[in-house]
Design a protein around this ligand. Structure first.
Ligand code: WT7
Length: 655
C-alpha cells in the first residue's frame, strides 16, 4: 500500500485510560511485555504451566522444519481433563460452568461436576459407536450444552472434531465431512432460531447421500426441538442413526482420560476464504490450549471465582472454539451460552440476559454492535448493565463510532473495550489491548500480546515506519498457530508463507500510527485503488459511520475508466433519517472532510440491509458485482439471499 494514501487517514484522537481499580487488580500487567520480550520461549513455557500435564514438556518450540511448528512436543496432556476434571478435583465441582439460555426462554445451568459426568457419558457413547483416537467426528449442532459436551468428549478421546456451523447447507456439510473423512456426525433434530424450530437433521440426511461421505457409520442425534422428524423432511436410518438420550444417558459417568502428545490433532475447522474450496485449518493440543487459556485470562482479565463471562459467537466459528469452549473452561470460568438471535423475541434480549446472570465480561462482534446501535440507545438503557466490566470485539475492524457507542451505551462509559485481532488460523487472540494496561484508542487493536511478534510491512517485506501502512505479518511462530491445512501442506505454504519469506502473511491490510500502534484495515482484497491512491474500505466505512445519520456502511471499489476504481458506498441509515439527494451530498462531503477529497465516494446508495456471511462479515464481492452491473456471484454463504434482491430493486437501472 502506498504511503501517500496515509496522509488522509481518519484522525481518531479519543483515548481511554484503564480504570484504576481494574488496573490495580489486573491479571496481567505491563511487566508481561518485558518478560516476554526478554525470553519469548521462556514466557510461553511459563504459560504452558497454566495447564495440567500428564507429562510436563521439556521442549518449548521445535522450529527445525519451518513453517511446520511443534510446540511442547514431548509433553502429554488431555484437553477435556484440563477443561473439566481438574476443576472438580480442585474442589470446584459445584461452580457453574454453563448457564444455558435457550431462545424460547428455557434455561439450564450445569456445574463443573455435572459437566464432567456428561462429558464422560458422551465419551463412553462415542466409544460404543466405535470411535477411536484419531477418528474425525463432525459436529453440526445448534448452540446447546450438548454441543460443548460433544466437543469435549471428542477431545477426551483424541478424536479430532470438525464443527460445521449449523446455519450451513447440506452441501457445505457434505464437503467438510468428505474432506475430513469423518466417521461419525453429531447433530440435533434442530435448534430454535428467530422464534421457531429450525431443523438440522434433514441436512445431515441429504449430506450423507453425497459421494465421499460413505465412511460415516453413525449419526448421533440430540433431541432439542422435539419436532417430528418426518414433518421436517427427515428419515431415520436404522443402524446408522441413534438418539443421544437413548445412547448417552445409559452410559457410565466414569471415564479415565488418556494423555495425548502435545501435537496430537485437536480439531479441524474450515474457513471459507474468498476463493477455492474451504481450507481445513488444523489445530493441535498443547500449544493451542496454552494460548487459548492464557489469552482468555489476560485479555478479559478473567477472575473465575467472580466473573460471569459471555461470548456471543456461535461454536461453529473459531471464536466459539477458543472463547466459549477451550479458553474459558480451561480457566474454570462461569459462562453464558445463548442459543438464539439477539432480537428474538425482542431487541433487548441480550441485555436482558446480561441483567439476568450479572454478566461481567462480554465478547461480541462489530456487526452485532452496529445492529444494536441501529435499534436505538433506548433499548439497552432499559436494562441494568452495571455488572459489565470488560467488553471485547472481534471479527472485523470496529468503526470508532461503534467502539465508542459500545463503551458508552453498554459499558456505562467506564469499561475498557478490547478490540481483539486474530483469525481461525491463529487459533487465539494475537493483537489486542490489555484491559488493565493499555490506554485504548477507538478502532485500533493496538499491540501484539506478550509473546506475540507482529508488524506491518510494505510490498518488499520492509517493516514500515510509524505513520505508514502495508500488510500485517507475524514474524515469529506462536503456540496456537495452525499446523497445516488438513491434507494439503502445499496450500499451507502457498497461502500463508510464500508472500513474505519467513513471515506469516495474514491477508489483512494494516497501518501503524505515530505511536506504533496497529490499525487493521480489512482484507487486502478490500483495498481500493483510486487515481493512484490506495484507500481502505474500512476507513471510508468508518468515516461514513461517524456521521450521525448512518448506522452501517459497506464500501467497494467499482471499475472506473477515469480513476481505475471509483468508491461506491452502500449505507444503512439510522432510524428516522430521510433519504434524499441532500443527504447523499451531505455524506459525500462528510467523508471528504474526514479523510480528504480523494476518499469521497462517487456513489452512495441508501439500502435497508447489507449482504453478510453467516459469521457477520460483509460480502463486498457481491456489492462489487452490483456496483459494476454484473450478474451476482455465488450467494450460498449469505445469511439471507433475499437481501440482494432488495438492494438491486433500489438501484437506478444504469449509473
Ligand atoms: C479475519 C479472520 C478471529 C475470530 C473471528 C474471525 C478479520 C478479525 C478483527 C479485528 C480487524 C479483524 C481479519 C482476519 N478480523 N478480528 N479485531 N480487527 N479485523 O475469524 O473468520 O478466521 O476471520 O477477520 O480480516 O483476517 P476468521
Amino acid at each position: 500500500m502506498s504511503n501517500e494514501s496515509l496522509a488522509n487517514l481518519l484522525k481518531e484522537e479519543r483515548r481511554f485510560a484503564p480504570p484504576a481499580a481494574l488496573a490495580a487488580e489486573a491479571n496481567v500487567t505491563a511487566e508481561a511485555y518485558e518478560r516476554a520480550k526478554a525470553d519469548r520461549l521462556g514466557f510461553w513455557a511459563e504459560q504452558a504451566r497454566r495447564l495440567t500435564w500428564a507429562v510436563e514438556p521439556s521442549e518449548t518450540l521445535d522450529w527445525s522444519n519451518p513453517p511446520f511448528a511443534k510446540w511442547f512436543a514431548d509433553g502429554k496432556l488431555n484437553v477435556a481433563y484440563n477443561c473439566v476434571d481438574r476443576h472438580v478435583e480442585n474442589g470446584l465441582g459445584d461452580r457453574v460452568a454453563l448457564h444455558f439460555e435457550g431462545e424460547p426462554g428455557d434455561s439450564r445451568s450445569l456445574t463443573y461436576a455435572e459437566l464432567q459426568s456428561e462429558v464422560c457419558r458422551a465419551a463412553n457413547a462415542l466409544i460404543e459407536l466405535g470411535v477411536q483416537t484419531g477418528d474425525r467426528v463432525a459436529i453440526y449442532m445448534p448452540m446447546i450444552p450438548e454441543t460443548v459436551i460433544a466437543m469435549l468428549a471428542c477431545a477426551r478421546l483424541g478424536a479430532p472434531h470438525s464443527v460445521v456451523f449449523g446455519g450451513f447447507s447440506a452441501d457445505a456439510l457434505a464437503t467438510r465431512v468428505k474432506d475430513a473423512d469423518a466417521r461419525v456426525v453429531i447433530t440435533a433434530d434442530g435448534g430454535y432460531r428467530r422464534g421457531k424450530p429450525s431443523a438440522l437433521k434433514p441436512a445431515v440426511d441429504e449430506a450423507l447421500t453425497r459421494p465421499g461421505t460413505e465412511n460415516v457409520r453413525s449419526v448421533l442425534v440430540v433431541r432439542r426441538t422435539g419436532q417430528p422428524l418426518e414433518e421436517a423432511g427427515s428419515t431415520w436410518t436404522e443402524g446408522r442413526d441413534v438418539w443421544w438420550h437413548e445412547l448417552v444417558d445409559r452410559q457410565s459417568d466414569q471415564h479415565t482420560p488418556e494423555a495425548f502428545d502435545a501435537e496430537h490433532p485437536l480439531f479441524i475447522l474450515y474457513t471459507s476464504g474468498t476463493t477455492g474450496k474451504p481450507k481445513g485449518i488444523l489445530h493441535t493440543t498443547g500449544g493451542y490450549l496454552t494460548q487459548a487459556s492464557y489469552t482468555h485470562h489476560a485479555v478479559f482479565d478473567l477472575k473465575p471465582e467472580s466473573d460471569v463471562y459471555w461470548c456471543t459467537a456461535d461454536v461453529g466459528w473459531v471464536t466459539g472454539h477458543s472463547y466459549i469452549v477451550y479458553g474459558p473452561l480451561s480457566n474454570g470460568a462461569t459462562e453464558v451460552l445463548y442459543e438464539g438471535t439477539p432480537d428474538t423475541p425482542h431487541q433487548g434480549r441480550w441485555w436482558e440476559i446480561v441483567q439476568k446472570y450479572g454478566v461481567t465480561v462480554l465478547y461480541t462482534a462489530p456487526t452485532a454492535i452496529r445492529a444494536c446501535m441501529k435499534w436505538g440507545d433506548d433499548i439497552p438503557a432499559k436494562f441494568d448493565l452495571s455488572s459489565l466490566r470488560v467488553l471485547g470485539s472481534v471479527g472485523e475492524p470496529i468503526n470508532p463510532e461503534a467502539w465508542v457507542w459500545y463503551r458508552e451505551h453498554i459499558g456505562g462509559n467506564t469499561t475498557p473495550v478490547v478490540d481483539t485481532w486474530w483469525q481461525t488460523e491463529t487459533g487465539a487472540i494475537m493483537v489486542s489491548p490489555l484491559p488493565g494496561v493499555t490506554e485504548t484508542k477507538p478502532g485500533s487493536a493496538q499491540v501484539p500480546l506478550p509473546g506475540i511478534a507482529a508488524t506491518v510491512v510494505d510490498d518488499e517485506a520492509n517493516e514500515v515506519p510509524n505513520g505508514s501502512g502495508g500488510y500485517l505479518v507475524l514474524t515469529e511462530p506462536w503456540p496456537s498457530m495452525l499446523r497445516t491445512i488438513w491434507g494439503d501442506d502445499q496450500r499451507y505454504l502457498d497461502t500463508y508463507w510464500s508472500r513474505f519469506e519467513g513471515r506469516y502473511f495474514a491477508g489483512d491490510g494494516a497501518k501503524k500510527d505515530e505511536d506504533g500502534d496497529i490499525w487493521l484495515l480489512g482484507r487486502v482484497d478490500d483495498v481500493m485503488l483510486v487515481s493512484g491512491h490506495n484507500i481502505s474500505t474500512t476507513e471510508v466505512e468508518s468515516a461514513l459511520v461517524s456521521h450521525p445519520k448512518v448506522a452501517e456502511a459497506a464500501v467497494v471499489g467499482a471499475a472506473d475508466p477515469q480513476t481505475t476504481q471509483a468508491i461506491c458506498a452502500f449505507v444503512i441509515l439510522r432510524g428516522g433519517a430521510a433519504e434524499d439527494d441532500g443527504l447523499v451530498e451531505e455524506l459525500r462531503a462528510h467523508v471528504a472532510k474526514q479523510l480528504g477529497p480523494i476518499a469521497k465516494p462517487k456513489r452512495i446508495l441508501p439500502v435497508a440491509e447489507l449482504p453478510k456471511t453467516r459469521s457477520g462479515k460483509i460480502m463486498r464481492r457481491l456489492l462489487r458485482d452490483i456496483a459494476e452491473n454484473r450478474a451476482l456471484g455465488d450467494v450460498t454463504t449469505l445469511t439471507d439471499s433475499s437481501v440482494m434482491d432488495l438492494i438491486q430493486s433500489k438501484l437506478p437501472s444504469a449509473p
